[in-house]
Design a protein around this ligand. Structure first.
Ligand code: 4AD
Ligand code: MG
Length: 477
């Protein structure tokens, strides 16, 4: 007999004569009630065991974590909390679970403990919910772009370029570490390496994406991205997933419109398709906040916060305006910021971004027109000669969730910028071809997928929204 998903059983509109469910035991109460979960939903189905006619030996093996198959009748439940339950007629233990040793006991575990058990934490309510929401969000990303005629492009993971120019790359090499081939002047001879040149894991698919946008019009990438920045924060991963749309003939305003519409769409999609999971995560968050001092608690519950983002326009503010606000802010005057804002030109730290979003504007903010020298080489220079058509989207509790720009489409201006930054023209000759042959205005952005999942699930550490996080000092599993 084929088993039915717990989700479908719970959503049944009638009682059923014979059903079979397979899953893992969450709890076993009074030698009679199994709470069974199969991952199809946050909700467990209650399975009532006929303990009088079940051998003692079998009852002992119904332990938390065990895999079981139950066959029986789907009946209306007399207990509170569920409409249907299974009156078990046949129970089979598929896989035993040592009750003493199983790490996911039915009690509250710290997130640190769960991270150390990332292969088992997905068996808890919270992580099951997070991973289902993550899956639905990635489907929503594809849906959004596919419905609008964007072409999905798989940009290379191994590249020779450093798109962001920050030098935070993981090298890819097949050279031996001992006895490394050297050139005459003692440098590593990459000509003898696998690709015949120096290569690294990609920090962004943007540059390759731009070449496709200049032929296909509207494209997006969605793939793994790597950064060797040694920042051990709750917002950074060494391996994360990034979504990068790129659109020919779009300017910065179009780019902001696209980003805002896109983010609102995927959040709405999650609200429409992950109701049970989000409700559970909201409850979890409320519980967690009880232990925090009043001042640190968020003003809105999770669902309210998500709806707020849907219903309110993102506030668009220039970098220059933002600097004025920050310079005059109380934490700046009282020297509460770690980095005091004195002058125009300062790079914004996450404490400043969060002040703007959480304290000053109290809504998502799009900052634009940043100083040229704190942004990447490919951004379009404004008429003032000192700012570029950059935009960062800042979210409450997250800080930067999106970074993007209108691109420098003028060959001469771009070359000059590259010279000033000592970026090898030869190496990026293919990129410059987009400006040599039919160049046009275009723009795009990058959304950090895990930062989006953080926001939607209300979690606070990015390590808790990716199955197996990679961070400095940690590549377990
Ligand atoms: O602002 P970033 O560096 O922009 C780019 O890479 C551009 N090439 C994007 C583009 O215009 N096509 O990164 C974009 C986003 C950030 O806003 C952030 O959400 C996320 O990627 N991000 C990270 N997420 C997790 N861990 C990290 N170490 C991240 N670094 C960036
Ligand atoms: Mg950025």
């Amino acid at each position: 007999m084929k088993h039915t998903k717990v989700k479908d059983l719970l959503n049944s509109t009638t009682t059923l004569q014979e059903v079979n469910a397979k899953g893992w035991v969450r709890t076993f109460r009074n030698n009679q009630f199994i709470a069974l979960n199969d991952g199809s939903t946050i909700n467990n189905i209650q399975c009532v065991v006929d303990f009088e006619n079940t051998p003692e030996e079998t009852l002992k093996r119904i332990t938390t974590g065990a895999a079981v198959s139950v066959t029986g009748t789907l009946v209306e439940s007399k207990g509170a909390g569920q409409k249907y339950e299974i009156q078990v007629t046949k129970l089979e233990i598929l896989g035993d679970s040592d009750a003493e040793k199983f790490p996911m006991q039915p009690k509250k575990h710290s997130l640190e403990f769960l991270r150390e058990n990332a292969h088992l934490r997905v068996r808890t309510n919270a992580f099951g919910a997070i991973m289902r929401v993550r899956s639905v969000l990635s489907f929503a990303v594809h849906n959004y772009f596919q419905q609008r005629g964007f072409v999905y492009v798989n940009t290379p993971i191994i590249t020779g370029s450093d798109a962001e120019g920050a030098g935070e790359m993981f090298k890819v090499t097949a050279l031996p570490f001992d006895n490394t081939p050297r050139t005459e002047d003692g440098k590593v001879n990459y000509k003898e390496d696998f690709f015949g040149k120096e290569t690294n894991l990609t920090v962004s698919g943007q540059l390759e994406g731009e070449t496709f946008a200049m032929a296909l019009g509207q494209i997006y990438t969605f793939g793994p991205t790597f950064r060797a920045e040694n920042s051990n924060t709750s917002r950074h991963l060494a391996e994360f997933w990034m979504i990068e749309p790129e659109v020919a003939f779009n300017n910065l305003d179009d780019n902001m419109d696209l980003a805002e519409d896109f983010i609102q769409y995927v959040i709405k999609y999650a609200l429409d398709h992950c109701g049970d999971d989000l409700k559970f995560l909201e409850g979890r968050l409320l519980e967690e906040e009880k232990s925090k001092p009043q001042a640190e608690r968020s003003e809105m519950a999770l669902l309210e916060k998500l709806n707020f983002v849907l219903e309110n326009n993102f506030k668009r503010v220039s970098y220059t305006e933002a600097i004025d606000i920050l310079r005059d802010s109380t934490p700046n005057k009282k020297k509460k910021f770690n980095y005091i804002i004195n002058e125009w030109g300062a790079d914004l730290q996450s404490e400043h971004e969060r002040y703007l979003v959480e304290k000053h504007f109290k809504c998502p903010v799009i900052l634009f027109d940043y100083p040229a020298n704190i942004k990447a080489f490919y951004m379009r220079l404004n008429e003032d000669g000192k700012t570029v058509r950059a935009m960062d989207i800042l979210f409450p509790g997250i800080g930067e969730i999106v970074g993007g720009s209108e691109r420098e489409e003028r060959y001469d201006v771009l070359i000059e910028k590259m010279k000033a930054l000592e970026i090898d023209e030869e190496e990026l000759s293919w990129y410059l071809d987009t400006r040599r042959f039919g160049s046009a205005t275009h723009a795009g952005f990058g959304l950090g997928f895990e930062r989006l999942v953080l926001f939607v699930t209300g979690m606070t550490n990015i390590r808790d929204v990716i199955p197996f996080p990679r961070t400095p000092g940690n590549a377990e599993f």
